[in-house]
Design a protein around this ligand. Structure first.
Ligand SMILES: [Zn+2]
Length: 98
């Protein structure tokens, strides 16, 4: 049996690798804005880059990406990424499993 990942006090569990172009459906309470306002709706983000933690907030990770609408030709989002949300590390596992 595989042992449980170390969850010692003050340690952050290793994050799952999230490939770019992964659609994460994040539910209310699983994500927050950069201003630490926890989201109250579901948000779908097509990932560009996942990594790094908001300053002083352990257990959360930045997810940068695009709205799903950015793929629509009339939106034509040309930015590298246009959405940045902080996501609970635990929720990242759940979102990847959905
Ligand atoms: Zn975009």
């Amino acid at each position: 049996m595989i042992g449980h990942p170390d969850r010692g006090v003050g340690r952050v569990r290793a994050l799952p690798a999230v490939p770019s172009d992964t659609t994460l459906s994040l539910r209310a309470g699983e994500w927050a804005t950069g201003g630490n306002v926890v989201g109250v709706t579901q948000v779908d983000v097509r990932t560009v880059r996942v990594g790094g933690s908001p300053e002083g907030v352990a257990g959360w990770v930045w997810v940068r990406g695009h709205n799903l609408e950015c793929r629509w030709p009339w939106v034509a989002c040309a930015r590298e990424w246009c959405v940045r949300v902080a996501v609970r590390a635990e929720a990242l596992y759940d979102a990847l499993a959905r």
